[in-house]
Design a protein around this ligand. Structure first.
Ligand code: FE2
Length: 442
């Protein structure tokens, strides 16, 4: 997603100290993960621009600190900024990614120091005035979590050989009861459902308000499309058949000489994973494709991408109860490795359909985790949208330019990867952990 930040004041006030201990624990845990992700990376690789699409990793570190200082310490806590001069350097909105390699950024050691100094100030603010309604603190925690995924995207593009993802040893893939291609479909009856996040609890502005909507009967993929299925498309002329591509998609493909998903080798036998080149896993979801590619794949199969409403209904709508579930599997908070492949534990996508315990009311698998799923929908505000905490969080991106992705990836932290979370990006972007699920009218 395009996480950008500017300077419209938030209205968070209050002196309720409840929840302070949980907030501090979550802040500490988020920081522990951030530092662990970069612990084994040389200073040189932290400062290098690995891809024109991504910031150097050291920018993410400084930006996490600057964002926390701005929102929690300055806006919420009422204290002056720790480093006034850095606000602009680390403002994502002022400084687009392409130019971040040329900025006078803090070095790796200074950035770590900045993180620690800001965190001390944060703890002092929370000690003094609590967390208020908790919204700003939650924003800070999730922001750091989201940047962890961005950093992993950068690392994936950097192709640093032998990078070790920290944490517990990688788990063995979960073997589903049967293997899936991604072309298997389940039926979802039309009719009313609700879309969006409920009023209570934390959600981003673009997830609200929850509203009723209507869809027609449709079919949607039980799992995301796998590598084996996508390979058939590639080898069946997928990148040569003009009729399968939109006009914009075709010209993008021609201009950039695109022939296969971003991480695949030319012989289609291997793909770049976070920790190196690995044989292409046929039963795992395809990843690193643009919206244009997802759209072409769907056209080639006489299907389409689901709309956001179709995606969310298939993920959460409980027809019998007449209400949306908090998660596809029900009420329980996500347990990575049980309900979904989340939280970086899997080191990459798992087998499609690997977590039957995470099935949605209609039997869809893998809706949360593994790969972000491109939808057919442009990014727009829901009816009654109200910007929070500032217009630049999402409103300025509404319109036809961006497509929405849903469901989170293996690299998404569970706090962020919810069934109502909306990610958005340009249709030509391939650096994210993105795949697709198909749909069609019944
Ligand atoms: Fe950010």
């Amino acid at each position: 997603m395009v996480v950008m930040h500017s300077s419209v004041p938030a209205g968070a006030t209050g002196s309720d100290r409840a929840g302070g201990a949980e907030v501090i624990a979550a802040l500490e845990e988020a920081r522990h993960r951030t530092l662990a992700l970069v612990a084994s990376i040389s200073d040189e690789d932290l400062e290098r621009v690995h891809s024109k699409l991504m910031s150097p990793l050291v920018w993410d570190l400084g930006h996490i600190a600057a964002f926390e200082d701005l929102w929690l310490v300055h806006r919420f806590g009422g204290r002056p900024l720790l480093k006034e001069g850095l606000a602009e350097v680390y403002d994502a909105f002022e400084t687009p990614r392409a130019g971040r390699g040329d900025l006078p950024l803090l070095g790796p050691a200074q950035a770590r120091e900045y993180l620690a100094e800001v965190r001390e100030r944060t703890l002092a603010v929370i000690g003094e005035r609590g967390v208020g309604d908790g919204v700003i603190a939650e924003l800070i925690i999730r922001h750091e979590h989201q940047h962890n995924e961005t950093m992993l995207q950068t690392l994936q593009l950097a192709q640093l050989r032998d990078y070790e993802l920290p944490g517990p040893p990688a788990r063995d893939g979960h073997r589903p009861a049967r293997s899936f291609s991604g072309l298997e479909m389940v039926e979802v009856p039309g009719g009313e459902c609700t879309i969006g996040a409920p009023d209570e609890g934390f959600a981003y502005d673009n997830e609200r308000p929850r509203h009723r909507t209507d869809v027609r009967d449709y079919l949607i993929g039980r799992t995301p499309i796998t590598n084996a299925t996508y390979l058939t498309f590639v080898e069946g002329g997928g990148y040569e058949r003009r009729e399968w591509w939109s006009r914009e998609g075709w010209s993008w493909k021609e201009d950039y000489d695109i022939h296969r998903p971003a991480g695949w080798t030319a012989d289609h036998r291997a793909e770049w994973r976070l920790t190196g080149l690995q044989p292409l896993a046929p039963d795992q979801p395809v990843v690193h494709i643009s919206w244009f590619e997802a759209d072409a794949f769907a056209r080639a199969h006489a299907v389409r991408l689901p709309t956001e409403a179709e995606w969310e209904k298939a993920a959460t709508w409980d027809q019998e109860m007449g209400q949306a579930r908090p998660h596809p599997w029900g009420e329980r908070p996500p347990q990575p490795g049980v309900h979904a492949n989340l939280d970086q534990l899997g080191r990459g996508p798992d087998l499609a359909g690997a977590f039957p315990a995470g099935a949605s009311p209609y039997g869809c698998l893998g809706m949360i985790g593994d790969v972000w799923e491109w939808t057919g929908s442009a990014f727009r505000g829901y009816p009654g949208f109200v910007p929070f905490p500032y217009r630049e969080y999402s409103e300025v991106f509404f319109g036809p330019d961006y497509r929405v992705l849903r469901g989170g990836s293996w690299a998404t932290r569970p706090r962020v990867g919810t069934a109502t979370f909306r990610n958005w990006d340009y249709p030509q972007r391939r650096q994210i952990f993105s795949g697709l699920r198909i749909a069609r009218d019944l």
